[in-house]
Write a protein that binds this ligand. Structure first.
Ligand code: PHE
Length: 357
């Protein structure tokens, strides 16, 4: 059949000449689609005489296969050409610098703890540490807080579960850093000058209280340390910390573990609802302090007839809020990245004593 040879030549020509996959697809539909020329011819086989069908059938099948093979081959060729074209135009500049990646920041609590320890190190204090899960003895008894002492209720203590069947006083999440006084004296004896920064826990929650917060304990024991030394150390500290001369006010107070005891305020001024430390004639309470009680020294194995000294406990979060103008304590512990980026510090922002910390 001459017609079939013509068809084959025409379509092979069109297939070979198709410049892209869309054109090729149109050629395929025209030949082999439902209403394509070849498909229609195949459908007409039914109307042929058996004699005609004998030759036309195989010839049409062969045509169909030939065209299909040619289309597949052309498709591959066009896809490869398209890829070559893309590779020729698209390219990556491997000499370009990397995209900047977001850097983490140092939390204000970590920064302020570093600042405080730097200043106290300069004043001759080293750093001591103790556990956050504390025994009843270290958190209370050794600090002259007996079981029936009202301070136990005031502290809103978190108690740990006791071992089954145990009647011992339960361990607690330490309510202050003062137990480190006892642990340090037991381990290292006298004389001593240490600070102990760390987490403490009390069941309390509002704008100025969170169930976990940070304190820094101070302890200086020697043969003749007195309240005047305490006042000098604290004024020296606050002036270095706030970068300006800061007056302190000692108010007589009570703690079971110090005698006499004083709460310490720092000089400040309120301007448009914002506090400025080191000027004006308002006062802000920042710590508790006093001369270590003889019973506390005794509980730590130190002879109170030979040794005496001062202790203080200060809220780190509180002084961080004051120095960096952070209004809500709770935000410290929300882990909100926007807050951390705003109030956080660069890793190389290392506190030094020169030029204020
Ligand atoms: N431990 C006290 C508190 O948490 C503070 C304090 C420490 C007072 C040392 C006196 C001496 O409130």
């Amino acid at each position: 059949m001459d017609g079939i040879a013509d068809l084959r030549d025409r379509y092979l020509n069109e297939i070979g000449g198709a410049a892209d996959e869309a054109t090729l697809e149109n050629v395929r539909l025209a030949a082999l689609g439902k209403k394509g020329e070849v498909s229609l011819l195949m459908r007409s086989l039914g109307k042929m005489s058996p004699e005609e069908r004998k030759t036309a059938g195989p010839a049409l099948n062969a045509l169909k296969n030939t065209l299909n093979d040619a289309i597949t081959e052309a498709k591959d060729r066009l896809a490869a050409a398209a890829l070559d074209a893309r590779l020729a135009t698209e390219w990556a500049d491997v000499t370009l610098g990397a995209r900047p990646s977001r850097q983490g920041s140092v939390h204000p609590i970590s920064q302020v703890t570093e600042e405080v320890t730097t200043i106290f190190a300069d004043l001759g204090f080293s750093v001591a540490e103790g556990p956050q899960i504390e025994t009843d003895f270290y958190n209370f008894d050794a600090l002259n807080i007996s079981p029936e002492h009202p301070a136990r209720q005031e502290m809103d203590t978190f108690y740990m579960a006791r071992a089954e069947g145990s009647n011992a006083a339960p361990n607690v999440l330490r309510t202050h850093t003062s137990p480190v006084q006892i642990r340090h004296l037991e381990a290292h004896g006298t004389p001593c000058r240490v600070i102990a920064p760390g987490r403490v826990y009390r069941s309390d929650y509002d704008q100025t209280h969170t169930p976990m917060f940070h304190q820094i304990e101070g302890l200086a024991i020697d043969r003749d340390i007195n309240m005047a030394n305490l006042k000098w150390v604290l004024e020296e500290f606050f002036s270095a910390f706030f970068g300006t001369s800061v007056k302190t006010r000692f108010r007589s107070s009570y703690f079971p573990f110090t005698e006499p005891s004083a709460e310490v305020d720092i000089q400040c001024e309120w301007v448009d609802g914002q506090v400025r430390v080191g000027q004006g004639d308002d006062w802000l309470e920042v710590l508790g302090s006093g001369m270590v009680h003889p019973k506390v020294l005794k509980a730590a194995g130190v002879d109170p007839n030979e040794w005496q000294g001062f202790a203080f406990g200060m809220g780190i979060d509180r002084i961080a809020m004051l120095k960096y103008g952070i209004p809500d304590l709770r935000a410290f512990f929300d882990s909100d990245l926007r807050w951390l980026r705003h109030y956080g510090f660069g890793a190389l922002d290392v506190p030094t004593l020169r030029g204020g910390v």
